[in-house]
Ligand binder design. Structure first.
Ligand SMILES: [Fe+2]
Length: 201
């Protein structure tokens, strides 16, 4: 086990017996990231996942909120992505995130079936897969265009270069699995693609 998450690690915030498992995961993820922008992205991912897959269970909501957990524990001295489209790294991002949350859930009394459901969903959130994994991938993309794209265009483009950010925007939009779901991201995708183009000049 590469890291141990105990309730002691995160103090009384997570150890309260009055908290649902979902609330504990939210507290764990929020403490791990310490970033309001990330929190909005996770909340919006839950929102769109529910929209695309009505009647979510707690395990589905946990997966949506915690899908990017690998990023909070990334050790950049060991492994870094070559670019935003680095497929090997994206697969690692999915698997490591699933592992991190799997450990947290098992330390917090989750049932085996729920743990497997959460890990299955997170492991497919970048490339999709079955109906539910694909719905989570789509929710992640739509949320990205509501909560994160501005930061990529206004901050990262000047550091990482136009091409890298353009690739990321195109990939996040094009992977959305249907025109109906793409429609929820289209306006922001087009708006921020134009802004990115302007920043080139
Ligand atoms: Fe995400």
């Amino acid at each position: 086990m590469f890291v141990c998450f105990t309730t002691a690690t995160f103090g009384s915030l997570i150890s309260s017996s009055f908290m649902s498992l979902y609330e504990k995961v939210v507290a764990f993820v929020d403490i791990s990231f310490h970033d309001v922008l990330q929190k909005r992205h996770f909340e919006k991912t839950v929102f769109w996942f529910e929209r695309f897959l009505p009647g979510l269970t707690e395990a589905h909501r946990i997966a949506a909120y915690a899908h990017d957990s690998e990023r909070a524990f990334r050790d950049e001295t060991k492994r870094v992505p070559q670019n935003y489209l680095d497929a090997d790294f994206l697969r690692y991002h999915c698997e490591k995130g699933a592992e991190i949350i799997g450990i947290f859930l098992s330390e917090n009394g989750a049932g085996e079936a729920d743990i497997e459901k959460v890990k299955h969903l997170i492991s497919g959130h970048e490339f999709g897969g079955d109906l539910e994994q694909t719905a989570l991938m789509d929710a992640d993309s739509v949320s990205y265009f509501e909560t994160a794209v501005e930061m990529f265009v206004s901050k990262r483009a000047s550091i990482q270069g136009y091409e890298k950010i353009k690739e990321k925007l195109d990939w996040m939009f094009n992977r959305i699995s249907s025109p109906e779901r793409k429609a929820f991201a289209k306006e922001n995708y087009e708006k921020w693609s134009i802004e990115l183009e302007k920043s080139k000049k």
